[in-house]
Design a protein around this ligand. Structure first.
Ligand code: CAA
Length: 378
């Protein structure tokens, strides 16, 4: 297995690293104050980052999946908020249309999503259908040339900011997961109501909202795939999406590790830098080992995806391990910083607040274990 980046992947990495440092880092206080990074996204769009894997003829950058994962990783090292916005926009916002949309849907949406003119969101979760996504209650009833949707969704990342919503609703409740259908919904559709903004412990600046559909009419031509194919569309895109969240977690973990190393080398106690005290040195060693293992899992899953090979099990393994590593490394980084780590003067408390959700969204760690064990025993 080749563990070297290609020249193209290396260029992506350098470009995103530089962009994150110069354009995103100064914006962090504004995001922490709650501002959605619209200005940053515009600049990312100009660099082609909103459509990295979309083919060039559809207005994208036409790059491979590893390049995309490199971008999420490097963005998240500076801002997990920008990382998740891009990950959701791409993996579960744009990809469903790219892989399951018909020609007309691709013409209408894909180019604009790839250019960043449209932002995407994914609407699966409901108040009583989280891990058990197949039990969703949103209903779609077919009438002549349209469907009428009623129901509500929870925890919608990019909600309220997105232009295009991939919505999952049941067209035949008696069929359970086989009765779920996917729809492409424009933001201005009458009956689409943007609800409460969640006040979150972390990822400040990323919007997470509730959505309600009240007799929302969706034209038949906006149905994505066939009736009853929705659950498979959701699951297939989550397989890929989970590599993005794993890369986000890797970015957070790496940032926490680097901050802890820098601080431990400078902070002197008992006459020497704390990095030279075995209690701290061992912590750094464990953190670095877990980060390296996460990196291998994340890029292994990404490489499989780039080659068009099955990657569901590897994606779940990468997310499971990297998200735990992000939580562990950010917790340990605060410990290395001591009292300073508990203040807002250093970024490690932000890493800690941002890390937790990587074990929850796009499938909890418990769901990743279910997916992995199903693959092992099928
Ligand atoms: N790809 C394609 N098809 C798949 C699939 C996959 N990865 N996984 C399952 N399916 C198919 C199955 O093959 C099956 O069809 P067949 O019988 O024809 O084979 C059908 O879907 C039903 O599968 P299961 O019986 O396995 O379904 P289940 O109800 O037991 O659920 C689950 C499986 C893995 C637990 C699933 O419910 C799940 O992933 N839950 C977690 C939901 C989740 O990740 N939510 C995240 C919300 S989005 C989000 O967080 C984004 C954000 O904003 C950040």
């Amino acid at each position: 297995m080749d563990l070297q980046f290609t020249q193209e992947q290396q260029m992506m990495r350098d470009m995103v690293k530089n962009f994150a440092k110069t354009e995103i880092e100064p914006f962090i206080p504004r995001m922490e104050a709650g501002e959605f990074p619209r200005e940053v996204l515009k600049k990312m769009a100009a660099l082609g980052l909103m459509g990295i894997t979309v083919p060039e003829e559809r207005g994208g950058a036409g790059m491979d999946f590893v390049s995309y994962i490199t971008a999420i990783h490097e963005l998240s090292k500076v801002s997990a908020v920008v990382g998740v916005i891009l990950s959701v926009h791409t993996s579960v916002g744009t990809n469903p249309i790219m892989y399951f949309g018909n020609e007309e849907q691709k013409n209408r949406y894909l180019t604009k999503m790839a250019s960043g003119e449209y932002l995407g969101a994914f609407c699966l979760t409901e108040s009583s259908a989280g891990s058990d996504a197949g039990s969703l209650k949103t209903r779609a009833v077919k009438k002549e040339d349209h469907y009428v949707l009623n129901g509500s969704k929870m925890f919608i990342t990019n909600g309220g900011e997105a232009d295009v919503y991939i919505v999952f609703a049941s067209t035949e409740p008696a069929k359970g997961t086989y009765g779920i259908t996917a729809f492409i919904v424009d933001k201005n559709t009458p009956g689409l109501i943007i609800g409460k903004d969640e006040q979150k412990m972390g990822l400040h600046g990323s919007r997470t909202v509730q959505l309600t559909f009240e007799d929302m009419k969706v034209p038949i031509e906006n149905r994505l795939g066939a009736e009853g194919e929705g659950f498979k569309i959701a699951m297939a895109n989550l397989d890929v999406g989970r590599i993005g969240i794993a890369a986000q977690a890797l970015g957070i973990a790496e940032a926490a590790l680097e901050a802890a190393i820098d601080y431990a080398k400078q902070r002197v106690q008992f006459g020497k830098p704390i990095a030279a005290q075995q209690g701290v040195g061992f912590k750094l060693a464990d953190m670095a080992t877990a980060v390296e293992a996460s990196r291998l899992l994340v890029y292994r899953a990404a490489q499989l995806r780039s080659e068009g090979l099955p990657c569901g099990k590897e994606a779940s393994m990468a997310k499971l391990f990297a998200s735990q590593t992000a939580v562990d490394c950010s917790t340990e980084a605060i410990q290395v910083f001591g009292g300073y780590g508990f203040t807002e003067d250093y970024p490690v408390e932000r890493y800690f607040r941002d890390a937790k959700v990587t074990q929850i969204y796009e499938g909890t760690s418990e769901i990743q274990r279910i997916v992995i064990s199903k693959h092992l025993t099928k």
